[in-house]
Design a protein around this ligand. Structure first.
Ligand SMILES: *[C@@H]1O[C@H](CO)[C@@H](O)[C@H](O)[C@H]1NC(C)=O
Ligand SMILES: *[C@@H]1O[C@H](CO)[C@@H](O)[C@H](O)[C@H]1NC(C)=O
Length: 134
């Protein structure tokens, strides 16, 4: 192979990689979604059943996950339908949720966040202060 040809292949690979990054979700948002899933799990609910496509596979495109809508040109999450996530209970323990606000920090382009029917009692910040919703 000529060096010119190899350069072309390299260039094509770089372009393909950039295209993929543009198309798929942003890493911080993918991790943020998985953290929300972990939170639901930690509260005693079957999160794998609830979010079957929310995979830990780094190649999985979170824009194609259920309950997630991305802007197709930026690949940023713009809508999250996280309503009614207490469907599959595992344990008898059931109380109001206190959700860490930091969970939603990665979603800087979010315009719609639906958290209805989750019995959220309030919000906690990283410092441990409570913001009670009235
Ligand atoms: C997607 O992002 C582009 C660029 O920021 C913006 O112009 C467009 O209105 C967005 N579309 C939606 C559906 O939010
Ligand atoms: C969440 O709310 C949307 C919009 O109201 C509704 O279409 C959807 O069925 C709800 N999801 C669940 C799991 O209840």
């Amino acid at each position: 192979m000529s060096p010119k040809f190899m350069m072309l292949i390299l260039l094509a690979m770089i372009l393909a990689l950039q295209f993929q990054v543009l198309k798929s979700c942003v890493e911080e948002e993918r991790v943020g979604l998985l953290q929300f899933k972990e939170f639901v799990e930690s509260e005693g609910y079957d999160a794998d059943h609830l979010f079957p496509s929310w995979s830990g596979d780094p190649l999985s495109d979170c824009c194609s996950w259920e309950r997630v809508t991305c802007n197709s040109s930026t690949g940023r999450v713009i809508q999250l339908s996280l309503n009614n996530t207490r469907k599959y209970r595992r344990c008898s323990y059931d109380s109001n949720w206190y959700v860490n606000l930091a969970l939603f920090q990665p979603f800087v382009h979010l315009t719609t966040l639906d958290l209805s029917f989750n019995a959220i009692g309030g919000w906690i910040e990283n410092q441990g202060t409570y913001l009670i919703l009235t």
